[in-house]
Design a protein around this ligand. Structure first.
Ligand SMILES: NC(=O)c1ccc[n+]([C@@H]2O[C@H](COP(=O)([O-])OP(=O)(O)OC[C@H]3O[C@@H](n4cnc5c(N)ncnc54)[C@H](O)[C@@H]3O)[C@@H](O)[C@H]2O)c1
Length: 269
């Protein structure tokens, strides 16, 4: 297929970012895939058959120049999807300064850096669309997620504010707030919780999913489908929005509070 436009996707080596890359590819865009996981990027690029990859740590200021160069070298760069992110599930008093600094640096500062770097190219190209992947935790936080929630609420504020700055440049900015999507982030959380509680990981996951009105976790393909819509012609009047994709879960029911109980009981998690 002869492609017209390119979309840059960060966090594309795994999970939701890889799912978004698949959806964006199927919609006919060219791709620049960005991640610090070089092997994961290569796997996704091989699966898609054609994609430019850029191995970069978005917490490194030097990644900005490389991102701008890659976006400029690509054909008609039109979109940026900021999906790179990490989680931290721990009682706040058990967060080290290094941990809360890291989560803000990856989730918030990394997104701002990529947006500044690629936004310059979108402007040169006469318009485009930015989609940021936040979280339901940035809208309604749960226990043991204070630093993560701060980073994701920060992203929502960033997107709302940026829509004003980018609107006159014909660049839309929207935020997606997913609920539960089974990816390596969840596998890591469940592995820790299974070790700590002695319960099977699948049972713990089922408990997290049970309160979702639609009765199931959401998928990376569903986040990808909304992303494609927000990048496309039907969404040119939608900007500054945060759209939850949670299967109807509008309050967070994650039972991470049990980790808070452990803190009260003097157990270091
Ligand atoms: N999985 C969920 O249930 C869920 C729910 C809400 C929001 N989210 C958000 O979706 C995004 C993707 O999460 P996921 O579940 O696919 O996790 P994941 O761990 O599968 O993927 C995250 C990707 O980001 C990359 N990354 C991390 N730090 C980076 C850095 N400094 N520079 C470049 N790349 C970096 C990782 O290498 C990885 O490939 C995250 O921002 C996460 O907070 C996930």
């Amino acid at each position: 297929m002869a492609h017209q436009r390119t979309v840059v996707v960060t966090g594309a080596a795994s999970g939701i970012g890889a799912g978004i890359a698949r959806s964006v590819h199927e919609a006919g865009y060219d791709l620049v895939l960005v991640d610090l996981d070089e092997a994961g990027l290569a796997r996704v690029a091989t699966e898609l058959g054609e994609a430019t990859t850029l191995t970069a740590d978005l917490t490194d200021p030097a990644s900005a120049t490389r991102l701008t160069e890659a976006a400029r070298a690509a054909h008609g760069t039109w979109g940026l999807v900021n999906c790179a992110g990490i989680s931290l599930i721990k009682h706040f008093l058990h967060n080290s300064e290094q941990e809360w600094t890291r989560i803000l640096r990856v989730n918030l500062e990394g997104t701002m850096r990529a947006t500044h770097a690629v936004g310059t190219v979108l402007t040169e190209n006469g318009g485009g669309a930015v989609v940021n992947i936040a979280s339901i935790s940035g809208v309604v936080p749960a226990a043991c997620q204070a630093a993560y929630a701060a980073s994701k609420a920060g992203l929502i504020g960033f997107g709302t504010g940026l829509a004003f700055d980018f609107g006159p440049l014909d660049i839309t900015v929207n935020t997606i707030a997913p609920g539960i999507v089974r990816t390596p982030i969840w596998d890591r959380i469940l592995h820790e919780d299974a070790d700590r509680t002695g319960l099977p990981a699948e049972q713990i996951f089922a408990e997290h999913v049970r309160p979702i009105p639609l009765g199931r976790a959401q998928t990376a393909a569903e986040i990808g489908a909304l992303t494609v819509f927000l990048l496309g012609p039907g969404a040119r009047s939608i900007s500054g929005e945060t759209i939850k994709v949670t299967g109807g879960m509008t309050t967070v029911t994650f039972d991470f509070a049990k980790a808070a109980d452990a803190v009260r009981a003097g157990v270091t998690r």
